[in-house]
Design a protein around this ligand. Structure first.
Ligand code: FES
Length: 79
């Protein structure tokens, strides 16, 4: 498994919709950040599924090093 690349050292704020499913890019190579565009092919890294349980703004990790992925846990501040 290769290491993820840092898409950006900050989270992506996204207004998610209750009941909707999202696939967060874990490899950092997607051009549709913070979501998967299939670029992880051959990286050994898979996207992470996120199902919204309420409609609200969430902060998806952009650095790909969060311990609470797919959401930001502040780890980007230590990179
Ligand atoms: S953007 Fe990755 S932990 Fe905040």
């Amino acid at each position: 498994m290769t290491k993820p690349i840092i898409a950006q050292k900050a989270p992506y704020p996204v207004e998610v919709e209750d009941g909707k499913t999202y696939f967060w890019c874990a490899c950092g190579q997607s051009s549709k950040q913070p979501f998967c565009d299939g670029s992880h092919k051959d990286t050994g890294i898979a996207p992470v599924k996120y199902v919204a349980t309420t409609s609200k703004r969430v902060f998806f990790c952009g650095c790909k090093h969060s311990d609470t992925a797919p959401l930001c846990d502040g780890s980007h501040g230590k990179l």
